[in-house]
Structures are given as structure tokens and as C-alpha cells.
Design a protein around this ligand. Structure first.
Ligand code: S3P
Length: 431
């Protein structure tokens, strides 16, 4: 445990414009795809969060040359077929996306590699990825038959599969598609509920041909990716903290430009609109590979809502901060069909409910979500981030409306996805 932060924001109001750091999912993929493709890939707007730096570190160990200058990244790759066998363990830190997508990528190489991460990664289920990869012929060994890290991968020839996803997970879908790159035949992934589609979009951006129709993704093996330039938009999952802050902190108006509003990610915009938030969405670019918009949020009168079904994958990472939002809305908000929260960086149902209760919120856990009765005034308390960046940021935003200070244990973890989070809070408080 590290870094305790004491937050005492009296009569806070948030005003101004902030630049949201790059999208975490797209940043990871830009390095992965740039390392798979032979030649020079350039990336702008890259997220310098610890998770994405873990991805860079893994590819450097595979012999890919990667230069980082501010938020610009240059990847000089010999191409996937010429990577070096890593002499060291590939360390994926706190990053589920790195671990799961790398598992797919490494399975189809000719290399032996070992991957491990931090204590949280050591508890996250990997069979959801290793099982379908094994159906493709992958050779993966790990604790409890490939369920937990450390994982050892002996790259081998793979064959395509036709796979129906048992859970809505872009990490699983992406791992299978990336393994499909070197598999013989056409890989098909069928989703009941559509998860984020950054992999499908980026495959096309790197020159591959991918078919997507009615939740079915088909991708022919053996295609070579072409090095290119990737422009990473701001991360809507990071913007979410300030969308909620702007709505619940009195006398506020917050503008964020260049935020990614890919439909498979932007569920929070729908929720804010359903709850009556004073939000404007001005689309900037809907022609590129990832659409962007300027988002402006003002202090709002909020009403409760029900969040369930196929919107869940489109806002799964935003549920902690949406729960805080619901504590300030009139009526009973119900969140269901979100059992996936239990296998994130921490069990986010337990973490959110426990921490918000400490602040005086009227919230209860259910098997697949939570029920929140609002509005309630929140008071100060000593909170735990559980080493989970999104729980840490939810707690910090709560401090902007609490009647007394909030102390949060272990705020270092926020650097996983939003290293400049507290600078942005400060900027909005001062302007
Ligand atoms: C991600 C997919 C989601 C999300 C995670 C990033 C990705 O995880 O929660 O933060 O980049 O593909 P699941 O695939 O487990 O739903």
C-alpha cells in the first residue's frame, strides 16, 4: 500500500476545459498492431498510463524498438515473424488488456514466452482466453490449468475457430482475433452483446480485411498488417469522471474536446441523457477510424434510471462513477446484468458499495449489480481504492461534494489509466 491522499474541497465548483488523456484500449492496441506490422508505425495522443507502458515494455522484450516522446510513440518493428524469443518474463503489471491480448498474439508465434503481472492480475480469470485459444491449438500452461498467471506460452501453428462468446468481453474477442492473424482458415467470433470494437477497427486501419455483421466478426488468417499512423482520441472512460463531477458539483461547467465517442464505448452518454443531465455532445469527427466529440457538462438536476442488458458492455468501466452519480439523483437507480464487475481490477460491486456506504450513501449490492436510492448528502470518511484506479478516482470525485474531507488510501494506482487526474481536478477548481 502506498500514497494516502487527503482531499478537502470546500464549496468546490468546476469550471474550464481540460484535455482528456489518450484512450487506454486504443493506446494498447496501437503498440500491439504497430509491433505486429513490419516497419514504422507512429502514434499520437498515446496514453502514458502505467498499463500502456507495460505493453510497450513487453514488446521491447520481443525485440521491437519503441521510442516515446511525450505522447508521441514511434514503433520500429522487424514484424511479428521476426520477433526475438524473450529472455526475460514479460511483465504485464496491472493490465488485463495486455495480458489477455498478448496471450492471443503470442500463441500464434514460434516463440516460447512467460507472462506474469501484479497481485491483481494474479487473481483475474484467464481460462476465458486460454480455453478458446486452446481450441485453436494454442499451447498454454498456467496455475489451475491456465486460469491464472504466470502463464507459459509455446507458440505453435493455429487453426481458425468459430466461437460463440459466453461473456461480453472485448479482451476475449480481441485475443481470439489476434490469434486468428496467424491461424489457418477464417476465424469467426459471435457476440450476443456487442463489446468495444477497437480491434476490428484497428485491423482495418492496418490494412486487414475484417467482416462485421450483426455481432459476427469474421477474419481470414494469414493477412499481413501494414505499418501506419494512429491518432488516439481522449478516453471516454477517463472523461466519465469529469462528466459526473460536472453534473454533481454545484455551479460547474466542464468542457472536454477530442473525446472518443465510439458507440461501443459511449454508454455513459446515454445514461447521463436518460438521467436528465445538462450535457452537450458536439461531434468533431465521425469519418476517421474512431469518432470524436467535444463534451460539455453543466451542474444538473438528476433523476434515477435503470441500467441493464446490452448497454452494460458499453459502460462497464464507468459503473463505479455512475454509482456515485446515482447517489445524487432523485429516486432509485438499478444496475443489473453487470456480474463482470466482480472480475475487474478488484470486485467492483463490493468495492463501490462498501466505499459509498462509508460516505453515507444509500446503496446495496446485488448478485449482478447494485441498487442506489438518492439523493443523499455524502460526508467524509477514510476510503480504500483496493489498488483499483477507477475506485480511487470515484472516491476523489466524491470528495468534491462531501460535507467533510475524504482520505483515500493508495491513490498511486490512478496512474494506471489517468496519471494527470489530480492536475485536471486542480485546474478545474482554479479556473
Ligand atoms: C478492454 C475491455 C474491457 C474493459 C477493459 C479494457 C479492452 O474488459 O473493462 O478496461 O481494451 O479490450 P473485458 O474484455 O474484460 O470486458
Amino acid at each position: 500500500m502506498s500514497s494516502t491522499t487527503n482531499l478537502d474541497y470546500k464549496n468546490a465548483s468546476l469550471k474550464g476545459t481540460i484535455t482528456i488523456p489518450g484512450d487506454k484500449s486504443i493506446s494498447h492496441r496501437s503498440v500491439m498492431f504497430g509491433s505486429i506490422a513490419q516497419g514504422k508505425t507512429t502514434v499520437s495522443g498515446f496514453l502514458l498510463g502505467e498499463d500502456c507502458l507495460s505493453t510497450i515494455d513487453c514488446f521491447r522484450r520481443l525485440g521491437v524498438e519503441i521510442h516515446v516522446e511525450g505522447t508521441n510513440v514511434t514503433i520500429l518493428s522487424p514484424g511479428m515473424d521476426n520477433w526475438e524469443e524473450p529472455k526475460e518474463i514479460l511483465y504485464t503489471g496491472n493490465s488485463g488488456t495486455t495480458t489477455r491480448l498478448m496471450l492471443g498474439i503470442l500463441s500464434g508465434t514460434t516463440l516460447h514466452s512467460v507472462m506474469t503481472g501484479d497481485a491483481s492480475i494474479g487473481k483475474r480469470p484467464m481460462r476465458r482466453v486460454s480455453d478458446p485459444l486452446r481450441l485453436m491449438g494454442a499451447k498454454i500452461a498456467g496455475r489451475e490449468n491456465g486460469q491464472y498467471t504466470p502463464l507459459a506460452i509455446q507458440g505453435t501453428k493455429l487453426k481458425a475457430i468459430d466461437y460463440t462468446m459466453p461473456v461480453a468481453s472485448a479482451q476475449v474477442k480481441s485475443a481470439i482475433l489476434l490469434a486468428g492473424l496467424r491461424a489457418e482458415g477464417t476465424t469467426v467470433v459471435r457476440e450476443k452483446e456487442v463489446s468495444r470494437d477497437h480491434t476490428e477497427r484497428m485491423l482495418q486501419q492496418f490494412g486487414a480485411s475484417v467482416e462485421v455483421e450483426n455481432g459476427v466478426v469474421s477474419f481470414k488468417g494469414g493477412q499481413q498488417l501494414q505499418a501506419t499512423h494512429v491518432n488516439v482520441p481522449g478516453d471516454i472512460s477517463s472523461a466519465a469522471f469529469f462528466l459526473v463531477a460536472g453534473a454533481i458539483v454545484p455551479n460547474s461547467e466542464v468542457m472536454m474536446k477530442n473525446v472518443g465517442v465510439n458507440k461501443t464505448r459511449a454508454g455513459i452518454v446515454e445514461v447521463l441523457e436518460n438521467m436528465g443531465a445538462d450535457l452537450s455532445v458536439e461531434v468533431e469527427d465521425d469519418k476517421g477510424f474512431e469518432p470524436t466529440a467535444t463534451l460539455t457538462i453543466r451542474t444538473s438536476d438528476l433523476k434515477a434510471t435503470t441500467i441493464e442488458g446490452n448497454i452494460i458492455p458499453r459502460l462497464i468501466d464507468e459503473i463505479p462513477i455512475i454509482a456515485l452519480l446515482a447517489t445524487q439523483a432523485e429516486g432509485t437507480t438499478i444496475i443489473r446484468d453487470a456480474e463482470e464487475l466482480k472480475v475487474k481490477e478488484t470486485d467492483r460491486i463490493t468495492a463501490v458499495v462498501t466505499e459509498l456506504q462509508k460516505l453515507g450513501a444509500n446503496i446495496e449490492a446485488t448478485d449482478d449489480g447494485m441498487i442506489i436510492h438518492g439523493p443523499t448528502k455524502l460526508h467524509g470518511a477514510n476510503l480504500n481504492s483496493y489498488g483499483d484506479h477507477r475506485i480511487g478516482m470515484m472516491s476523489a470525485i466524491a470528495a468534491l461534494i462531501s460535507t467533510s474531507p475524504i482520505e483515500i488510501d493508495d491513490t498511486d494506482c490512478i496512474a494506471v489509466s489517468y496519471p494527470t487526474f489530480f492536475d485536471d481536478v486542480k485546474q478545474l477548481l482554479n479556473s
